[in-house]
Write a protein that binds this ligand. Structure first.
Ligand code: IMP
Ligand code: MG
Length: 179
């Protein structure tokens, strides 16, 4: 049986995101800053991060899939929902839930660079550096975490657990036999 065990509490997450928002506000004195969130995992991080940024921002979504139903990357990436707007000549910050192999972000950065933004940076809530296959330049990192599969706060396992307020590690546990 898979059991979610709390790894980062909602309070820890909120505090860290407030600090990230302050830093981003300092780094981008002038808006509009385009926050581009990767669906679906980044939706909760986007909601909190955007509210902690004081620079005028605009919010856009892009859908990218590389994982399917498994815990490990398929190595194949495709756009499932493209942006509705042009980002040419705008400051763009990609908002991601977690950087793992780096395959998704390497693909997305190449794609968005071709659209000539004024600047392009990445903010991720979580970073699992041990698993990197492609180097990615991430400017804002919430937490560096060990190589564990985590769920909650937007992150899923086969579409479950996204609505948890804490970030949890999924562990395999044998249910106790009834007394
Ligand atoms: P990458 O292309 O391997 O860097 O994969 C990044 C994507 O994989 C993230 O946007 C997540 O959707 C997913 N992912 C990677 N690690 C985890 C995890 O521990 N829990 C849930 N999703 C994960
Ligand atoms: Mg994702």
């Amino acid at each position: 049986m898979l059991v979610p065990r709390v790894f980062l509490t909602s309070e820890q997450i909120q505090k860290r995101i407030r600090d990230m928002g302050q830093q981003i506000t300092k780094d981008y004195p002038d808006g509009p800053l385009y926050l581009i969130a990767i669906l679906k995992g980044a939706f909760m991080f986007l909601a909190d991060l955007s509210r902690s940024i004081r620079t005028p921002t605009r919010v856009e979504f892009i859908g990218i899939s590389s994982y399917g139903q498994n815990k490990t990357t398929s190595g194949q990436v495709k756009v499932t929902k493209d942006l509705d707007v042009s980002i040419e000549n705008h400051h763009v910050l990609i908002v991601e839930d977690i950087v793992d192999s780096g395959v998704t972000l390497t693909y997305l950065v190449n794609l968005l660079q071709q659209r000539r933004p004024k600047s392009l940076r990445i903010a991720t809530l979580l970073d699992k550096p041990d698993r990197r296959m492609r180097p990615v330049d991430v400017t804002y990192v919430g937490f560096r975490i060990p190589d564990e599969f985590v769920v909650g706060y937007g992150l899923d396992y086969a579409e479950d657990y996204r609505n948890l307020s804490d970030i949890c590690v999924l562990t395999e546990e044998t249910p106790e036999a009834p007394a």
